[in-house]
Each structure stands twice: as structure tokens, then as C-alpha cells.
Design a protein around this ligand. Sequence first.
Ligand SMILES: Cc1ncc(COP(=O)(O)O)c(C=O)c1O
Length: 366
Amino acid sequence: MIADRMQEFEASGIRKVFDLAQKIKNPINLSIGQPDFDVPEEVKKEAIKAIERGFNRYTITQGIPELSEKILEKARKERGIKGESIMITSGVAGALTLAFLVLINPGDEVLVPDPYFVSFKHLVHLCGGKIKFIDTYPDFELTPERILPHISQRTKILIINSPSNPTGVVCKPQHLIEICDIAKEHNLIIISDEIYKKFVYEIEYQSIGKFYENTLTCNGFSKSYAMTGWRLGSAIGPAKIINEMMKLQQYAYICAPSFAQVAGVKAMDINMDEYIEDYKKKRDFVCDGLKERYKVTKPDGAFYVFPQVPWGTDEEFVTEAIKHDLLIIPGSVFSEKKTHFRLSYAASYETLERGVEILNSLSKRL
Ligand SMILES: Cc1ncc(COP(=O)(O)O)c(C=O)c1O
């Protein structure tokens, strides 16, 4: 009954952890991939106002101009992004789904840095694409040297996710420029998932779309403004690609939620620095708390760390952690390796403190 293409899919490893979490009464939950703050009040009010005003119908597929023009202008002015066209999507997940569907022919090769955000792998497979993983262990840097050996005649797309889920690592500007040279030489399309770009600490963020025209820059409101359930994102890139994505969106999701688009315009004026500063402190708290007993790369962005497991496989270690009421995610959910785990520090200090304590107590096999 079910189509063959679904045989490629396994239930997400994150879902398995969530299922286990249901059984624990008071879990110490460091598995969550979304901010622990709520949508800013002004943004909620704007959404409610839009609904009450009757702004409840389909919008045009490409999204309301107040939002798309504001995003495009900001991307060009503040980040120097070259993209010709923009469309509003149902989250970054929506943008990625459309992009892969319009770009990948069966057998096309897609370069994915490992560790990776789990949807990349499944969506590329769904479209018949072949994934070539670029091993970025142990420092998780995406460098030209690591990319080059994987390029073939069939390579079409390079995915960049900076800051990265699950490692939090941000691409170095000098690497971005060299990566663009490779992309130019081999006529690659770069899909840049920048959903965590607001969560960058100490360093200045650079978008690869500033250096390379053939980039599809995907961005969203889910993490920046804690609007994960509102499903709002955007894609900026060559008109040729965006036009095809719009065609498909018309038949698939039609448009992003109308009230969320209106509220998104408001959200863009809100300063989130205070939240970002808090997450930087939480990153330091967790990295300092673990550094004696774990190998952990201190990341420059997002709200994750990706330490090496101190013993056993990632699943063995995470199973033990769950027995102690601590929820973390096995690294193999995001990787071809079974050596690490993902910890999200988008949690209260109390939770982080308990989590760090348990991890330290588990660092030697019991
Ligand atoms: C790297 C990355 N891209 C995309 C998404 C999905 O984002 P959205 O909620 O905008 O669809 C996530 C969510 O966790 C993510 O981590």
C-alpha cells in the first residue's frame, strides 16, 4: 500500500528520545531543538490583531510584500547577499523541501557536511539524490580540503548549515571564500541553511550568499523569535530557482500562514540581543562544566554542543543517561558516526546544572 520511497525513511532518532521522555516523570531535558523563551509579546499581539482584523485567508504564494521586501532589503544591506529573488516559505523546512524537489534529478550528488541536520539526508533521498558526506570530525570545520575529494561530474549541490545543528560550529570567513571558488569552478549550487544565524557569539556572522550568486539562502523565524509552530521562513536566490520553488509551493503548501507573515514583519524590528547574550552564557556554563571529563569543541553559535561520548557507543551512553532521567540525543541521529551526543543548552540554568552534574557522574562507565 505504501509507496517504495518511504522504505528509505526511519522514524527520527529524536522522536525515539521524545517517546522515551514521555515515560519519565520529571526529565532533565537537554534534547530540545527550540528556544526555551517564548515569542516576544509585541509579536504575539501583532498576530492576534491580524487574525481579528480578518487577515485569515491565503496570501499570494510568494508571501506578503511587506515581509518579503523587508527580508530581502535587510539581507542585501546588512549581509551583502546577492540573491535576485525571494519567497516566503512554510519554515526553512518548507524552503528545503521545495529546493530539493526542484533541483535534484535522480542520481545527482549532494555534498552534506557530517554531522548534519537530519532532514537534509532524508529529503535528498526522497528526491532520488545521492549523498556524499563530508567528514568534518573532530573540529567540525567545513574546509576546502575536506570538500574537494568528494566532487565528481555528478555533484550538483553543496549544503552549508552555519551555525550548525548539531555542532554549533560557524564557518570561518576565509573558508567561505575558498569554498565559493570551488563552487564556481564546479558549477555547484550552494544551499545555505542560516536558521541559527542570530545565535552567533563573539564573532561576526558572514553569509556565503555574499560571495557566490548561485546560493539559495534559507532563513526562518523559528529559532530567532521562538516561532517554531508558526511555520515561517524565506528563501533568497537566483530567480530561476525561486520561480520554480514558487510554482511548486502553489500546488503543495500554497502559502506560509497568513497571520505569521504579518507578525514576522513586526518581529524583525525586535532586538533579541538580550536572549542571545543569555545563550552565550549558557554555552560557557555547559562547556566549562564538561571540559574536565569530555572532549567538547566550544562552538561559536546555535544552542547546541556536540561532545564525544566518554565510553561505549552513542546509543549505549544515551540509554544510560536516560536511565538517570537525562535526555540527550545520540550523535548518530545527525551523523554516520556513533561517537558523540547532542546537548541543547536552550534550557534553564537549573536544568543545565543538573544535566552537567549527571553527565560528569556518567563520564566513567558504572
Ligand atoms: C538546521 C535546521 N534547519 C531547518 C530547521 C527547520 O526549521 P523551520 O522550523 O524553520 O522549518 C531546523 C530545525 O530544527 C534546523 O535545525
